[in-house]
Design a binder for this molecule. Structure first.
Ligand code: SAH
Length: 392
């Protein structure tokens, strides 16, 4: 097999089983590996440390398949998918939802591979050269093992460009769906646009947090900022909120939200197509108030390099939200940025409360749902973090 030899002292993170090998740590390449080929990663002393997928154009030059050197082939990939599916079965989500993340990248030992099941359809994202290399094996395993009617590819995320890969989307296995995809989540129905929606079509990671909002919404006025297809807003209404307003800047997202409102006969949400940053400011100037505010912005800091600018944006919206809350009101605030750690996020929210001149306390730490596991050796997997804060 081809080899990557690390520079002296650059094997530390690999020895802690972090699965990424950055280009700056590599002394030399032995052999002639092509994009997606398996390479043995060796310390400066020549000791083999891992087998990884080679990505010549990316700063993340290789992603670890396994710590034991072995042949990487279709059977290896299928075994990993079997393991991932078994852990989802163990979660016993059948009565809760038919929308489940089956494969969650590095945390499932499948770097760059994401697969979400929506009823009888799996939507897969192949975001690394290793994933691209094993496209057929992945599609076969997902189609064969999960028993779905089709596998659709949505490999159109920007990160593919960093790997030197073109966007790719379309049907990979099975026949086209005759009707729109609809998932059921904690008793509510959501349409999923697997072809054009964000990511694979729906934000499954917020499933339990949407339910948490439902549980605290009774009798409250709720503002859902960055609402996408209305997940939080419709849960607030299901929980007995007296008034729900939801804001998103995307017309298609709000169109989906209206379809979802119809599906659940929840037609009293006020949908607003607008920029959240500007709207919160206008609400502050107009003296508007809410009992509960949800802030679930898009990824403002994809990597740590964007953290500073993103921190200002997070602080801005959290500060405004604290001002708009009634006394005793709740702020449910999230960051899904890999570049913002949970610790930093808490500091940003604390700074926002301070500058807003309000006293607030944390009543809950919020995370992605259990089908989005975080490998202990891969803290980047904890991209979604949230705080439930009460304004005093
Ligand atoms: N809470 C949603 C997911 C939110 S995803 C759920 O549970 O499904 C983030 C959303 O923010 C996207 O729908 C995107 O269109 C929207 N968005 C991005 N920038 C925005 C802005 N400046 N103002 C309003 N919405 C914005």
């Amino acid at each position: 097999m081809h080899k990557l030899i690390l520079k002296p002292g650059r094997d530390k993170s690999l020895k802690r089983r972090h699965p990424w090998i950055f280009s700056g740590g590599i002394a030399r390449v032995e052999g002639d590996p092509q994009a997606g080929d398996a390479v043995v990663v060796c310390g400066a002393d020549g000791a083999a440390l891992a087998v990884a997928a080679y990505s010549p154009q990316s700063q993340i030059r290789a992603r670890v398949w396994d710590w034991a050197v072995q042949n990487i082939d279709a059977a290896f990939v299928a075994q990993r998918i079997i393991r991932a599916l078994a852990s989802r079965d163990a979660l016993q989500l059948a009565g809760v939802t038919d929308g489940v993340r089956l494969v969650h990248g590095e945390s499932d030992g499948l770097p760059g591979i994401v697969a979400d099941r929506y009823g009888d359809t799996v939507v897969v994202q192949l975001l690394s050269t290793g994933a691209e290399r094993w496209r057929d094996a992945i599609a076969d395993a997902l189609a064969g093992l999960s028993g779905v009617a089709r596998v659709i590819e949505r490999s159109d995320a920007d990160v593919r460009a960093l790997e030197g890969l073109e966007p790719r989307s379309g049907l990979l296995r099975g026949g086209a769906a005759g009707e729109p995809l609809i998932v059921s989540e904690h008793g509510l129905k959501f349409s999923v646009d697997a072809e054009h929606g964000h990511k694979t079509g729906f934000y499954l990671d917020q499933r339990d947090n949407r339910l948490a909002l439902r549980k605290l919404a009774r009798g409250k006025s709720v503002l859902d900022c960055f609402c996408y297809s209305g997940g939080f807003a419709l849960n607030a209404l299901a929980g007995g909120a007296t008034a729900v307003m939801a804001i998103d800047s995307s017309g298609p997202a709000l169109q989906a939200a209206r379809i979802n409102a119809d599906l659940n006969q929840s037609n009293s949400v006020e949908w607003l197509e607008a920029d959240v940053f500007k709207t919160l400011r206008a609400f502050r100037d107009a003296g508007r108030c809410f009992d509960v505010i949800v802030l679930d912005p898009p990824k403002l800091a994809p990597t740590a390099a964007h953290a500073e600018k993103a921190a200002r944006a997070y602080k801005d919206i959290n500060l405004l939200a604290f001002k708009l809350l009634n006394p005793g009101g709740m702020l449910m605030t999230y960051s899904c940025s890999g570049g913002i750690s949970p610790d930093l996020f808490q500091k940003i929210v604390a700074g926002a409360a301070l500058d807003a001149g309000v006293d607030a306390r944390i009543e809950g730490w919020l995370h992605g749902a259990a089908d989005h596991p975080v490998a202990l050796n891969f803290p980047e997997g904890e991209y979604l973090k949230g705080l439930l804060c009460r304004k005093q």
